[in-house]
Ligand binder design. Structure first.
Ligand code: FES
Length: 569
């Protein structure tokens, strides 16, 4: 038998006799009805993630057929394999807890099974970062196919899309502006097709970042899930995976300091999700690249917001697709990008972008000289309340609150928030600063998207739409407001956020990039000494692994033992 290993010969099961291992593997593979001719071909594995608990991946069976025909037509054998799938709204306490588990599953199954290249099929929020983290660590040739966004629904003549409009209508319902009957009609119009959330939320942001990194086919990030072009992209992705075989275009090489900077530029120009900062930090970390919040600020100062999509603007992903999508955006950003970066097709980013865009709808994608906003959508804040940083999506915030000092109204946990936020007796005014503690990565809650604290009902009913809110939690990419997130270190790991008490003064200065607790150091030291931290100590299973290994938001909430052995600079 040949010593040259490809296809099913990769990584043989160890029985102490290589030829016997191969004979046995072929024999079992033939039980699946493959011909010997097909079994001798190179293999493209397909990390396949449909799930009854993942509505966003509902169309994956059809997409899989298209990927397979692309692989077969290009001369290789496609073999799909399952990994866990993370459907954002079906997971408790939060999908972030399981992102690293999915990345481990993906990495190990790519490495353990015989494949020459892999197609990663993902889409819903945490699935794309999990698969990219796994693929970078596995170090095999990999190309991603994203699910694509949902189409919008209709309600009384208005377009609706998950999930910015979910929040908008819910806020109006809480304020008494929308009746019970109407909110249940709206519920049926928010998510009306397969695919990921219809706005520039986390899933769409991560799809666009994957395109900026060069890990998906050009032009494929924004194709709607149900569009025929999505099937053509799937077929082309299968063919591209075959072209990757034997190449050095592995995910760990394509993700490098320069391509990560390109991705950060894209994130800022998109006015993309704050979650993407955490995920990109984790993906880059697997390749040994450090993403610092100082870098984010440096790039944010010189990257304009060019995209007009909800939650920052008006449009939906279907509009972005029709407007020219990532190709048009990256062409606008060209002078700011590292064009020499290699992409998964073997072209450099510059080669991908060499031709002019065929058509660009300027109401959705602006020219760089006429941006929607002159600076990037995200800004990092530091200060005595967030020594290792925090993130504010300034493009989705109220600029009138950017320089503000107010009284803290503190909620010590999610349960405390739920119990008191709507209490008519809550001592709160619109000028106050709402603070949520113990919702960070080290808390039992595992950093849920709870940073979008609701406006207290009694203020919402008076028409208050925004207030400064601060937490160590995350926020959905589809949400908006003057919301300071990812405060690091988090309260549960001893960060100063845990020392804030109701009545303290807090100062936010976006101009100075600071968030400060205006309390004397001596008093903070006394409070810290009196604090009795209650770290999570699960007794067994994945929860125990999570508690032992979880890193802070500044390190992408990855697990310490999954970082490269050489460590990060
Ligand atoms: Fe899957 Fe929003 S719930 S992308």
């Amino acid at each position: 038998m040949s010593e040259h290993t490809h296809g099913l010969q990769h990584g043989l099961t160890n029985y102490g006799d290589r030829d016997f291992s191969l004979y046995l593997r072929r024999s079992f593979a033939q039980s699946m009805g493959y011909s010997r001719a097909l079994l001798s071909k190179p293999v493209v594995g397909i990390a396949y993630t449909p799930s009854g608990f993942n509505n966003c991946h509902r169309h994956f069976p059809e997409l899989l057929d298209a990927v397979k025909r692309g692989v077969l037509a290009a001369g290789a054998l496609p073999i799909a394999f399952p990994t866990i799938s993370l459907g954002e709204v079906f997971l408790s306490p939060t999908s972030l807890k399981y992102r690293n588990l999915m990345s481990i599953d993906t990495e190990e199954m790519i490495r353990a099974q015989p494949m020459d290249a892999v197609v990663l099929m993902g889409g819903c929020d945490k699935t794309v970062p999990a698969q990219l983290m796994g693929a970078v660590s596995a170090g095999r040739p990999a190309v991603m196919l994203v699910a694509g966004p949902m189409m919008t629904g209709r309600h009384r003549g208005e377009r609706l899309g998950a999930c910015t409009d979910c929040r908008r209508f819910w806020a109006r319902y809480r304020a008494g502006e929308v009746a019970e009957a109407e909110i249940s009609q709206v519920e049926g119009q928010l998510a009306v097709t397969a695919g990921t959330c219809a706005v520039m939320g986390t899933a769409s942001t991560m799809a666009c970042i994957a395109e900026a990194l060069g890990l998906i086919l050009p032009g494929s990030a924004a194709i709607p899930a149900v569009h025929a072009d999505r099937l053509r992209a799937a077929e082309a992705t299968g063919a591209a995976a075959v072209q990757l075989i034997g190449s050095e275009r592995t995910a760990d090489r394509i993700v490098n300091a320069k391509s990560v900077e390109n991705a950060l530029r894209a994130l800022l120009a998109l006015g993309g999700s704050t979650n993407a900062v955490i995920h990109l930090t984790a993906i880059a970390g697997r390749a040994g690249v450090k993403v610092s919040l100082d870098d984010l600020n440096r790039l944010s100062d010189s990257t304009p917001v060019l995209v007009n999509l909800k939650p920052v603007g008006n449009g939906y992903m279907e509009d972005f697709f029709a407007a020219g999508a990532m190709g048009a955006l990256l062409r606008e950003l060209k002078p700011l990008l590292h064009l020499e970066c290699m992409t998964v097709t073997g072209e450099t980013l510059g080669e991908r972008l060499a031709s002019a865009a065929a058509y660009v709808d300027r109401s959705i994608i602006a020219e760089r000289e006429k941006p929607f906003e002159p600076q990037g959508g995200l800004v990092a804040l530091f200060g005595n309340l967030a020594p290792k940083g925090a993130v504010l999506k300034r493009s989705a915030a109220d600029a009138k609150l950017f320089e503000h000092e107010g009284r803290a109204v503190v909620f010590s946990s999610l349960a405390d928030l739920a119990a008191r936020i709507d209490d008519p007796a809550l001592d709160v005014t619109p000028q106050d600063v709402l603070v949520l503690q113990n919702a960070g990565p080290h808390a039992r809650a595992c950093m849920p998207e709870a940073g979008y604290l609701p406006i207290p009902k009694k203020l919402a009913q008076r028409g208050v739409k925004d207030m400064i809110r601060i937490s160590d939690a995350r926020m959905s990419g589809t949400a908006y407001g003057t919301i300071v997130l990812h405060v690091t270190p988090d309260a549960a790991s001893g960060g100063p956020l845990g020392l804030v008490r109701s009545g303290d003064r807090i100062r936010l200065s976006v101009k100075q990039r600071r968030i400060d607790l205006l309390v004397e150091d001596a008093e903070l030291k006394a409070r810290a000494a009196a604090l009795k931290p209650a770290p999570m100590q699960p007794e067994r299973g994945y929860a125990k692994l999570y508690a032992q290994e979880i890193l802070g938001a500044d390190e992408g909430c990855d697990f310490a033992f999954l970082r490269p052995a050489t460590g990060l600079p």
